[in-house]
Design a protein around this ligand. Sequence first.
Ligand SMILES: Cc1cc2nc3c(=O)[nH]c(=O)nc-3n(C[C@H](O)[C@H](O)[C@H](O)COP(=O)(O)OP(=O)(O)OC[C@H]3O[C@@H](n4cnc5c(N)ncnc54)[C@H](O)[C@@H]3O)c2cc1C
Ligand SMILES: *[C@@H]1O[C@H](CO)[C@@H](O)[C@H](O)[C@H]1NC(C)=O
Ligand SMILES: *[C@@H]1O[C@H](CO)[C@@H](O)[C@H](O)[C@H]1NC(C)=O
Length: 686
Amino acid sequence: MALRLLRVLSNARIALSYGPSFAFVLLLRVLVLLSRPDIEDAGNRVRDISPAQLRSHYDFIIVGAGSAGAVLANRLSESPDITVLLIEAGGEEPVLSDLPMLYSALQLTSIDWQYRAEPSNKSNLAMKDRRSNWPRGKCLGGSSVLNAMLYIRGNKKDYDNWEAAGNTGWSYKDVLPYFMKMEDIRVPELVGSSYHGRGGPIPVEELRYYSPITDAFLESGKHLGYRVHDVNGPIQTGFTRSHCTLREGLRCSTAKGYLRPIRNRKNLHVLLHAKVEKVLLAEEDDGVPRAVGVSFNRFSLPGVKVFAHKDVIISAGAVNSPQILMLSGIGPPQHLMDKNIEVQVSSPGVGSNLQDHAAMGGVTYLIKSPKEMRPSGAACVLPRLLTINTLRKFVFDKSGPMYGLPTTEAMAFVNTKYANSSEDWPDIQLFFASSGDNADGGIFGRRNNGLNDDYYATVFEPILYKDSVTILPLLLRPKSRGHIELKDKDPMSNPLIYPNYFGDPDDLEVMIEGAKIGYALSQTEPFQRFDTTLHDIACPGCAEYEHLSDDYWRCQARHYTMTIYHPVGTCKMGPVEDVDAVVSPRLKVHGVKHLRVVDASVMPTIVSGNTNAPVIMIGEKAADMIKEDWKLPTVPTYYQYEKMIAYQRSSLYTPHYSWPFRSSYCRPKSHAPYRLVPVYRRLLND
Ligand SMILES: Cc1cc2nc3c(=O)[nH]c(=O)nc-3n(C[C@H](O)[C@H](O)[C@H](O)COP(=O)(O)OP(=O)(O)OC[C@H]3O[C@@H](n4cnc5c(N)ncnc54)[C@H](O)[C@@H]3O)c2cc1C
Ligand SMILES: *[C@@H]1O[C@H](CO)[C@@H](O)[C@H](O)[C@H]1NC(C)=O
Ligand SMILES: *[C@@H]1O[C@H](CO)[C@@H](O)[C@H](O)[C@H]1NC(C)=O
């Protein structure tokens, strides 16, 4: 009970960051405690190990318990005599993050790293200090706890291009089985589909609540000649209601899907609140350095060391993984020398090749809600949803607006005039939000995106709490490349983020075509039934441009530039001949033994869609590669649920746990003690 109260208190911190008006969140928290043991899930949550239990050696050390790290921890600890340590900088997953409706309330709280990108003069002109907020999850489950839960795999061609760039084993045909392995499809019309998996750890469901206006969006797509279908199936181009990583309507993070079910495995230790500072490298006889462990900082105690017999695996995400490598002396030599870090391995690609899906925010359409749809209306206006009825539905019926996701109820993959429309490789994704930034009074959109007050006051205050929707275009394959660099050599400093949105002018041209497709949708009959009009108060800085002209859209994109939170590519995979490749196609860091990176940062090019499912796929595939390399029993990948069940009944899967940490388990002397002298250096110009 004391523990539960502590949890309530930690959620209270989230609520309080919204000021007294957000007492609703606190009320919800108490209601969950009193009436929703399924969400509380107190008996099944993962336990942090105590410092006394922490061993000095494990077979595998995984850094970061996010979308990829949690998958690896589960799969690598399947064999009971393999010991695994999972190290996470954040704490537990908060209870309230389960509720889809609270998606927007999680950013800038204690479970967010609260990064801000460096200022730009090409983008984000309407943001405070011209900086973009960059939320990243900091708790068990990582960004899968902070994300919008949208389940999208990307395009077949994305993966075939990875393979064509020398990444053997990463073609669509190779990765599809892993998308199916992670999945438990529960969308009724897709249950029999040969493109979807059943019985995997991550359920995929429809939302339990959609606003009435969502149908208009899907219908409008048909008016422009698009199909409404499964965008994760044979053809991506088209429209769909949002399918999400949800279990019984509630968020299923990778912590929930992959870690809670195996919380009792004795061979897996989970260490929370521990921030890894760097990888420990040791000299090998052949001169190639070897990763032997990591050092971490826990509760302000720096330099605690822990060692790995087999691999150290960095899964700290696209911002932190390159940071950890650079702090360990693996990175662009000149940059490391500038920061007074001794170069261990010259790897010029670390931190570069940063790609993200940029979007044009604030494209707000006003609608009229028909009388029969009152009081809740056709779209989502926050104060109208925060009612006793909403709470009643949530507590007693497990339904209602708390199960909704106003920010993205539906989406589309479309082709601008720059895409090859005879191919299925759309260049724009549209998010359909059943609310505008005006409809929440500024507590979510304005705050999360860091809009400046002048912008909000000019554009949104005149239409505060009016029925509105947003059609948000985002670039699926930006040409611009940004980078991550170290601020200094202190592991507790935040790295510097340079997204470089619209660094390549072509990106702006594709973006404005995307916005025009959104506008065309708003003009179709299904939207006109709601008298849909584009809100036409130009933002400060754009008033000189003619409404709806190309210059007007360009100006809007440069001002209200949004991250779609998909940074990837900063430790890209590629063959050894590619000097900028940081890891091999087997995700081993080039130039170091027994060190891997497994997370969003290994994508050589960004996928055409949301990145969570692709990162989980990367985790699943990496786990099999690691098992193969270490000759551990691998779990075959099954397309069929029946086979999965058969496997679970087989002896391999038997949840039989031996105590693996007996002294006799420790490896023979040859592995220890390690010499922790950083001696190796790849010649700077080799
Ligand atoms: C607000 C938001 C919305 C999103 N919406 C969607 C969506 O709807 N659909 C979708 O598919 N994708 C979405 N994404 C993207 C998706 O969630 C990410 O691409 C994915 O989670 C990245 O996984 P990862 O394993 O690379 O990193 P993460 O999941 O971020 O995991 C990294 C983990 O490492 C930990 N860590 C970092 N540094 C250290 C260190 N030094 N020591 C110890 N631990 C460390 C972090 O705390 C974190 O837990 C969204 C992301 C955000 C932030
Ligand atoms: C934009 O920033 C760059 C680099 O900081 C600078 O060189 C350039 O002059 C700036 N341009 C404008 C128009 O301010
Ligand atoms: C468009 O795609 C088709 C089918 O892949 C291809 O044959 C054609 O050459 C492409 N056109 C252009 C301009 O790239």
